[in-house]
Design a protein around this ligand. Structure first.
Ligand code: IPM
Ligand code: MN
Length: 354
């Protein structure tokens, strides 16, 4: 099969971790005899430095012409403490989401036995937790009308959702629930927000079409609590953009393995696969960052973008083997720690040999 990738390493540790994921991608493509082509593109602070904007048109065209995008991370401390900065790396990410129509962000929340002791929760609460958080990514307050009035002294951001946007994301939620444990939790704030009331209305209309799935409705404040009290009660959670931003950070950290979790952003034109962690600028260039989240994002890419589950499975197996062998980076090492590049080589080598 032809696999045509856009590779966007981005900022901070992005280039190093993406390089390791590409080693795994090449090894798998070789092994299963796929015809792999790929091209690198600029995004984030590095794109601002080189061409003055965080998501240049050239990068957008590259993404539009690709079957999938492998993304590292963006963000640079130079921009963080300057509220007046005219362009910032994060704008690139939002623009990319909008222009590629990446309407769903999918974050599997899984635990790794060997890292459970790093969870902020008691082991018995989190052990075996396994759910998928689906966040709507191109609507809501992130993209609604915003501005200032009263000479700049009043500011507003508007949360807007259309029925179509809600149906599209809920449908994806139900598709996931059907393939998993058949429970869908729709998270909203329907006791206060009109946009949430539309979410709930649409969900209630759709639920009868999925009689096998148990649809549950939960207010976002309660959901924030339930995630830490009973994480094992969730199977598939679906929610709007900003609630999802907050809840998915919360959900990822309870596993104790933030550095290991991948994500997929599914879109109309292509899909983007990236680790959920950020650009970790303090570690950039040091060859110490954990590449596993990005390598697992590549596994998701084979599964979701190419419908090649065997290829994804082999990558997962290689990652699990590296952890079982304790061939890991310093953030999760108990004894000897290995370099980012060494872990990448080990995993690619495992793929070649197995
Ligand atoms: C994320 C990030 C982004 C978001 C930022 C960097 C704009 O936090 O991907 O969750 O808020 O969506
Ligand atoms: Mn976020």
């Amino acid at each position: 099969m032809k696999l045509n990738l856009a590779v966007l390493p981005g900022d901070g540790i992005g280039p190093e971790i993406v390089e390791q994921a590409m080693k795994a991608v090449k090894a798998v493509a070789n092994k299963f005899k796929h015809e792999l082509t790929y091209e690198y593109g600029l995004t984030g602070a590095i794109a601002i430095d080189e061409v003055g904007e965080p998501y240049p048109e050239k990068t957008h065209e590259l993404c539009m012409n690709s079957d999938a995008v492998l993304f590292g991370a963006i963000g640079d401390p130079r921009f963080d403490n300057d509220p007046k900065a005219k362009v910032r790396p994060e704008q690139g990410l939002l623009l990319m989401r909008k222009k590629l129509g990446l309407y769903a962000n999918i974050r599997p929340v899984e635990t790794f036995e060997s890292l459970l002791h790093k969870s902020p929760l008691r082991r018995e609460l989190v052990e075996g937790a396994d759910f998928v958080a689906i966040r709507e990514l191109t609507g809501g307050i992130y993209f609604g009308e915003k501005g200032r009035k009263d000479g700049g002294n009043t500011a507003f951001d508007t949360c807007t959702y259309t029925r179509e946007e809600i149906e599209r994301i809920l449908k994806l939620g139900y598709d996931f629930a059907m393939k998993r444990n058949k429970k869908l939790t729709v998270v909203d704030k329907a006791n206060v927000l009109e946009s949430s009331r539309l979410w709930r209305e649409v969900a209630q209309e759709m639920a009868p079409n999925y009689p096998e799935v148990k649809t549950e409705y939960m207010f976002v404040d309660n959901a924030a609590m339930q995630i830490i009290q009973w994480p094992k009660n969730f199977d598939v959670m679906v929610t709007e953009n900003m609630f999802g931003d907050i809840l998915t950070d919360e959900a990822s950290v309870i596993t104790g393995s933030l550095g290991l979790l991948p994500s997929a952003s599914v879109g109309i034109h292509t899909s983007v696969f990236e680790p959920i962690h950020g650009s970790y600028p303090q570690a950039a260039g040091k060859d110490i960052a954990n590449p596993i989240a990005t390598i697992l994002s590549a596994a998701m890419m084979f599964e979701y973008a190419f419908n090649l589950p065997e290829e994804g499975k082999l990558i997962r197996e290689a990652v699990a083997a590296s952890m079982a062998e304790k061939y890991v980076t310093e953030d999760i090492a108990e004894g000897q720690a290995y370099k980012t590049s060494q872990v990448g080589d080990w995993i690619a080598n495992y793929i070649e040999q197995n």
